[in-house]
Design a binder for this molecule. Structure first.
Ligand SMILES: C[S@@+](CC[C@H](N)C(=O)[O-])C[C@H]1O[C@@H](n2cnc3c(N)ncnc32)[C@H](O)[C@@H]1O
Ligand code: SF4
Length: 376
């Protein structure tokens, strides 16, 4: 079982982000209460789910690099006690690249974090200002250098498909990023989420994101540059230099493995008595803390039907190079010989080999449409 820990605080809220986040106003008491609630939540859920082995831990956010290193160490220690792992495990923490946070990387490494995932987003100051980031490109370069020394494994996030971004500009920026030195990169296409400041700006016509053709060209550029640099796209938005650099935590989730989710708004998937249970923790910090105290930290907790669980496995699995087993599709009544799978393979968007179905190079950029056709 993997463990996901959500830390919702951010120094500043970015205008594109619709994750479960709140502005960090330095409320020390509230944050200490949240750490205690996360520890208590793990304890209570351990009693419910029985003995498990920990496969990986992922501190996501929000900005968990703002967490006190002692709190990170306490969560790791409690998780190890409750769910003793068989050997060394990947422990990832998401970080923002500011000087202040880089100064804490050594302490976070001492706390047990062995993989850092850093939101560099862009290496251009104008783009960073547009994205509402609280760091410059130089600050991000410095933070990457500090992280490379502090952690054995390093990943960076980048955001492309910004308005007016050209393929040449993106190629140059990505090429420059490669010089920073990391084993893993997640280039995300900017998504305009309706409930964000960007969503409202685009709705009132303040600016327009790239159209589909330009976004497709930028996606293509990403694949070509990263492949030439030795990174394989083992998932639609995740590229690793070699198999060992792939994220064990994310692969576990994409393969349909169990994970416990703690912290405000965290999702979890646990197989209990043979049925898969989907949980969503209360999103508000006070609601979550009160929920843990009252024995029910969830805003949703339901048993998935066999069909829903199988569909989720296909949705996630087809994003990866591993694809999904034909047997998983059979659970949904899909076979290689019949429609819609036969048509999608005939069109070269999916391929069947060795009992597995994978998205092809042509299928990946249009995966949302492929999945819709496959799962209707
Ligand atoms: C939950 S954030 C946490 C990382 C960290 N707080 C930071 O911003 O550096 C994870 C990543 O999601 C990506 N992201 C968030 N909203 C996005 C959006 N609307 N479009 C594209 N990428 C997005 C960003 O690249 C970000 O680094
Ligand atoms: S992108 Fe990161 S820093 Fe910005 S609001 Fe989202 S979680 Fe917070």
């Amino acid at each position: 079982m993997a463990l996901y820990v959500h830390w919702p605080y951010c120094a500043r809220i970015c205008p594109y982000c619709d994750f479960n986040v709140v502005r960090d106003r330095g409320r020390v008491g509230e944050q200490a209460a949240l750490v205690e609630a996360i520890l208590a939540d793990m304890e209570a859920q351990a009693a419910l789910i029985g003995p498990r082995r920990l496969a990986s831990i992922f501190f996501g956010g929000g900005t968990p690099s703002l967490m006190a290193p002692e709190a990170v160490a306490a969560v790791i220690a409690r998780a190890r006690t409750l769910f003793p792992p068989r050997g060394p495990i990947e422990i990832t923490l998401e970080a923002n690249p500011t000087d202040a946070e880089a100064a804490r990387f050594a302490a976070l490494s001492d706390a047990g974090v062995n993989r850092l995932s850093m939101g560099v987003q862009a290496l251009d100051d104008a783009a960073l200002a547009f994205l509402g980031r609280n760091h410059t490109a130089d600050e991000a370069r410095r933070a990457v250098a500090v992280a490379a020394r502090a952690f054995p494994r390093l990943s960076i996030d980048l955001i492309y498909a910004r308005p007016d971004q050209t393929a040449d500009g993106w190629r140059a920026e990505l090429t420059e990023a490669l010089d920073l030195g990391f084993e893993h990169v997640s280039p995300y296409q900017l998504t305009i989420e309706p409930t964000t400041a960007f969503g409202r700006a685009v709705a009132r016509g303040a600016w327009t994101p790239p159209d589909e053709d330009r976004a497709a060209t930028l996606y293509e550029t990403t694949q070509v540059v990263l492949e030439a640099a030795g990174f394989d796209a083992y998932e639609v938005s995740n590229h690793a230099r070699g198999v060992a650099a792939r994220s064990a935590h994310n692969l576990h989730v994409w393969r349909g493995g169990d994970y416990l989710g703690v912290g405000p708004g965290a999702h979890g998937r646990l197989t209990l008595d043979g049925a898969r249970t989907a949980t969503v923790a209360c999103r508000g910090i006070a609601d979550y803390v009160a929920g843990v105290a009252g024995g029910a930290p969830w805003s949703e907790r339901e048993m998935q039907s066999i069909l829903d669980a199988a569909e989720e496995k296909v949705l996630l699995g087809l994003r990866t190079v591993e694809g999904v087993a034909l047997a998983d599709l059979a659970a949904l009544g899909r076979t290689a010989e019949s429609e819609p799978l036969a048509g999608l393979t005939g069109d070269g968007l999916l391929a069947v080999a060795g009992g597995r179905v994978r998205a092809t190079g042509a299928g990946r950029p249009v995966l949302d449409g492929v999945l819709k056709a496959l799962l209707v």
